[in-house]
Design a protein around this ligand. Structure first.
Ligand code: SAM
Length: 433
C-alpha cells in the first residue's frame, strides 16, 4: 500500500510535471484498502477529477532505456521482461523522471506471488494455484534478464541493484497498477482485462501516475480513465456524493484473480467463477481427447449464471459417449448439441462432486470458519472467500441438476408402453387412495 506521506510527494511531483488535480477530490485512507481518493463535494457524472499528461505515463515507449540499447529486441520480444526492466532501470537511476512516482509505490504485496507454501495450501482446489507464475518469473529473470544485464554492465549500474527482489516488485507493480494505454481517443482499461492479450500487447501497457491510486470494488465503479490526445483524464461515470470513495474498475475479475494480481478479494464478488478441467471428465481414449481439444478448450468456466457453459456440456457428451456414438460424432465432424439430457446430467453430477472433493474443506466447514473469522489472518480470510465462492458456484449448479431418482423414473416412464402406462396410472391411483 502507498503511504500518505508518499502520496504527498507524488502529488508535488505530479503537479510540477504538468498533472492537474481538481479541488473536488482528495486522498483518503481506507481500512483494508490502503490509500484511495474521495469526493470532497457532490459530483455529477462526467466530471473531470484529474488529468495526466501522456509524458508522465511510464511505458517501453516513454522510458529512455530501449533507445539506448541497439539489441533491445532481445528483451522486447520476451513478454513482460522489457517493461519490468524499464521500471527497474527508472527505479535505480537517480536522475529518473519517474523517481518520485516509483518511490511513492508499495514495496510489500499480498498478491499470491508472495504467499508461503502453507498459505497457498489454503487455496487447494482453486485453479488459481496454477496461474501464479512464480517459477516462470524467476526462470525469466535468471535465463533472460541476468545475461542481458551482464552484457550491458556499462548501462545497468550497479549491477547488483537489479536483484530478483526488485524484479518481483516491479512485476507486481505492473500486475496490480498498470493500464492499457491506447493511442486512440477512447476509454482506457485496466491492464488486467485479458492476461493473454496483455502478454502480447505489452507494448500498450503503461504505468499511469495518480490513476493507480484509485481502489476498485465489484459493482462500485464510478470513474474511468478517458483518453485524450495529450492527456489521460480520470472522469466520473456517475454521480458521486461528497465523502464517497472514487472507484475505478479493474475489469471485474473473480476473487481468485483479484487475489493473484492485487492481493485482495471482494466480500461479495458477482464475477466469481470456478474452472473445471477436461481431465476431470475422465476419458482414457487419447484420440478422442485430441479430437475434442482441436475443437474446444480444455478448461470450462462455470459462473454464477444459471446455465452450465455450453462447451462444458458438449465436452462431457463427447468424452462420455460410447465408442459407436463417438465414431458417429467424428464422422459427422460436428459437435454434439449442448442440451442437458439425463445421461449427461448424471455424468455432470459426478463431475461436480469430484470437483468439490478437490478442495480440502466443505462449504459448511468454510461457512462456520467465516462466521468466526475474527480468528483469521487477512490472507486466510481471503483464501477462504476464494474457495467458498468457487464451491458455492459448484453447489448451485449441482442443485439445479435434475434429481437422479426423478430423472430415472421419468426415463422409465418414457420407456413404458401405452398399456403399461395405463397400468402404472391405475397402480398410482390405488396407492394414493
Ligand atoms: C491500484 S492500487 C490502489 C492504491 C492502493 N490502495 C495503495 O494504497 O497503494 C491497487 C491496490 O489497492 C488495494 N485495493 C484496491 N481495491 C481494494 C479493495 N476493494 N479491497 C482491498 N484492497 C484494495 C490492493 O492492495 C491493490 O493491490
Amino acid at each position: 500500500m502507498a503511504t500518505y506521506e508518499g502520496l504527498k510527494v507524488l502529488l508535488d511531483w505530479f503537479k510540477s510535471n504538468g498533472g492537474s488535480v481538481q479541488p473536488h477530490v482528495e486522498f483518503a485512507s481506507y481500512p483494508d484498502m490502503g490509500c484511495g481518493m474521495r469526493a470532497t463535494s457532490n459530483l455529477r457524472s462526467e466530471t473531470e477529477l484529474f488529468s495526466i499528461p501522456r509524458s508522465l505515463v511510464l511505458s517501453v515507449h516513454t522510458s529512455p532505456l530501449p533507445k539506448s540499447l541497439p539489441d533491445w529486441s532481445e528483451i522486447s520480444t520476451q513478454g513482460w521482461v522489457g517493461l519490468i526492466l524499464c521500471l527497474m532501470y527508472e527505479q535505480i537511476d537517480p536522475a529518473s523522471h519517474w523517481k518520485r512516482y516509483l518511490n511513492s509505490m508499495p514495496t510489500c504485496f499480498d498478491s499470491l506471488m508472495f504467499w508461503s507454501d502453507d498459505e497457498l495450501r489454503e487455496l487447494q482446489g482453486s485453479s488459481v494455484l496454477d496461474k501464479i507464475g512464480r517459477e516462470e518469473a524467476e526462470g525469466s529473470y535468471y535465463s533472460i534478464l541476468v545475461p542481458y544485464l551482464s552484457k550491458h554492465a556499462d548501462i545497468f549500474k550497479p549491477l547488483e541493484a537489479y536483484s530478483l527482489a526488485l524484479y518481483h516488485r516491479c512485476g507486481s507493480l505492473i500486475l496490480s497498477r498498470s493500464f492499457h494505454v491506447s493511442n486512440q481517443d477512447d476509454s482506457a482499461s485496466d491492464a488486467s482485462d485479458d492476461d493473454d492479450a496483455a502478454y502480447h500487447e505489452v507494448e500498450t501497457v503503461g504505468m499511469v501516475p495518480m490513476a493507480d491510486v484509485l481502489n476498485a470494488k465489484s459493482g462500485s465503479a464510478n470513474a474511468c480513465l478517458v483518453y485524450h490526445p495529450d492527456a489521460l483524464v480520470m472522469t466520473t461515470t456517475k454521480e458521486i456524493a461528497a465523502g464517497e470513495q472514487i472507484f475505478n474498475t479493474y475489469n471485474d475479475p473473480p476473487n481468485a484473480d483479484l487475489l493473484r494480481r492485487y492481493g485482495h478479494v471482494d466480500e461479495v464478488n458477482l464475477n466469481d467463477n470456478v474452472e473445471i478441467s477436461a481431465d476431470l471428465i475422465g476419458c482414457k481414449d487419447l484420440e478422442r481427447v485430441d479430437w475434442l481439444l482441436d475443437r474446444l478448450d480444455d478448461v470450462y468456466t462455470l459462473t454464477q449464471a444459471e446455465d452450465l457453459p455450453e462447451d462444458f456440456i458438449t465436452a462431457v457428451k463427447i468424452l462420455t459417449a460410447s465408442k459407436s456414438e463417438f465414431r458417429k460424432i467424428q464422422k459427422a465432424d460436428d459437435l454434439p448439441d449442448d442440451v442437458l439430457d439425463e445421461a449427461t446430467a448424471m455424468r455432470v453430477r459426478e463431475i461436480l462432486q469430484m470437483r468439490l472433493a478437490q478442495y480440502s474443506s466443505t462449504i459448511e466447514e468454510d461457512e462456520s470458519l467465516l462466521a468466526s473469522s475474527t480468528m483469521l489472518t487477512s490472507r486466510s480470510r481471503a483464501a477462504l472467500l476464494v474457495r467458498l465462492g468457487e464451491k458455492r458456484i459448484l453447489a448451485a449448479h449441482f442443485a439445479r441438476l435434475p434429481m437422479p431418482e426423478l430423472s430415472s423414473r421419468e426415463g422409465n416412464k418414457r420407456a413404458l408402453s401405452r398399456k403399461d402406462q395405463r397400468e402404472e396410472r391405475k397402480r398410482q391411483r390405488r396407492d394414493s387412495s
